[in-house]
Design a binder for this molecule. Structure first.
Ligand SMILES: C[S@@+](CC[C@H](N)C(=O)[O-])C[C@H]1O[C@@H](n2cnc3c(N)ncnc32)[C@H](O)[C@@H]1O
Length: 155
């Protein structure tokens, strides 16, 4: 499981709840959350959900909506924040990992400033932003990334 997501979940929730993964890829994090007792669901282009457009899950509302390494791929990244907001309970959390604009190994235009503006627009509070270096050790990668972690709570 994404170690940062696991840490966030353990620090934020005192018991397993309900989560939605936006751009779940191979659904590994969804499977890990289920192992921890969560009701976890995921969507992705490969399951027929295009996050460039609004998406409302039949399982909403959620306690946690998270999305890792997806938003920087979208032409309309604000749409993903709006989708997270619509699928969350009041008091629910958004958690995002993406590549920072200054990451030399990815094409991303996203900055902390952009997230602050958009999260503010949708009424998230307690927002926290962290930028850190992460070494991608996968075969054919082997390089550093500049990761942006975004967490916020729906009012
Ligand atoms: C780098 S993978 C990340 C997968 C997973 N979140 C993780 O952390 O391992 C990016 C994922 O975003 C999905 N994706 C890209 N554009 C999308 C779109 N417009 N709508 C839905 N999913 C999209 C891809 O299909 C892929 O599974």
């Amino acid at each position: 499981m994404n170690a940062y997501l696991e840490k966030f979940v353990n620090n934020t929730f005192n018991k397993p709840k309900k989560a939605l993964d936006l751009g779940a890829g191979n659904f590994f994090d969804v499977a890990c959350l289920k192992q921890l007792g969560w009701q976890a669901y995921g969507v992705d282009l490969i399951t027929g959900v295009n996050l460039e457009k609004p998406y409302l899950s039949p399982k909403e509302p959620f306690d946690l909506v998270y999305s890792n390494y997806v938003i920087h791929k979208l032409k309309h990244p604000e749409q993903l924040i709006h989708t997270a907001w619509r699928n969350l309970k009041p008091g629910g959390w958004i958690f995002i990992h993406t590549f920072h604009k200054n990451d030399k190994n990815s094409k991303s235009a996203l900055t902390e400033r952009w997230f602050k503006k958009i999260l503010g627009k949708y009424g998230f509070n307690s927002a926290q932003y962290k930028t850190f270096a992460f070494y991608d050790n996968a075969a054919n990668h082997k390089h550093w990334h500049k990761i942006l972690e975004v967490k916020g709570r729906k009012i």
